[in-house]
Ligand binder design. Structure first.
Ligand code: 5GP
Length: 174
């Protein structure tokens, strides 16, 4: 059966917000080199667009993280499936997340990165679902706040599919 979607955030609205975030980040780091850490897999589309919206020196690293099984509930267990290729010691790090839901994943990653002695570590998330918070984490750069709905598209999956949708959508119930 083919899934159908309702658009929650259009491709145009995402593009405008990502451009604004990129400008804000470029202004804040004011020419200081920055490491964007793309938290896989869901952030690959967001990171690609965000990186191009930042007018400044950026290095991109990828971090493989698994926090969900096949369902839609966070297990609370965060497993690193792929680590960075280079150290981030003394560098400014920006963790790029697709969505902060319970906050467990990003809280765990912040703790992990602080042990790696970067010059600074901040968080950029495209989406935030405050209704689901279990650990409160400061999101330094945020795209959109959304309701408690399971979303797909723009990198986000449902059982590994629909990451290629250009917009953020909600799966319609049959
Ligand atoms: P947290 O640890 O904050 O509960 O969950 C973070 C991760 O759960 C996200 O990086 C994402 O992979 C997944 N996640 C949370 N909410 C959603 C959602 O609505 N849709 C999808 N596709 N993934 C989600």
């Amino acid at each position: 059966m083919t899934d159908r979607f309702s658009t929650l955030i259009s491709a145009e609205d995402i593009a405008a917000r990502v451009r604004a975030l990129g400008q804000e980040i470029a202004r804040d780091y004011a020419g200081q080199p920055l490491v964007l850490v793309c938290v896989l897999k869901g952030s690959f589309v967001f990171t690609a667009d965000l990186a191009r919206a930042i007018d400044g020196s950026v290095r991109i690293e990828f971090l493989g993280v698994q926090s969900y099984g096949e369902g839609t509930e966070s297990s609370g267990v965060v497993q690193i499936t792929q680590d960075l290729t280079r150290t981030v010691e003394h560098e400014h790090v920006l963790l790029v997340e697709d969505i902060v839901d319970t906050g467990l994943t990003i809280a765990h990653l912040l703790e992990l990165f602080r042990t790696r002695k970067p010059a600074s570590v901040k968080v950029c998330a495209l989406l935030h679902k405050p209704a689901r918070t279990r650990v409160a984490v400061a999101i330094d750069y945020l795209g959109f706040t959304i309701e408690d709905k399971f979303v797909v598209g723009y990198g986000l999956d449902f059982n590994q599919r629909h990451r290629n949708l250009p917009f953020i959508g909600v799966v319609d119930q049959p």
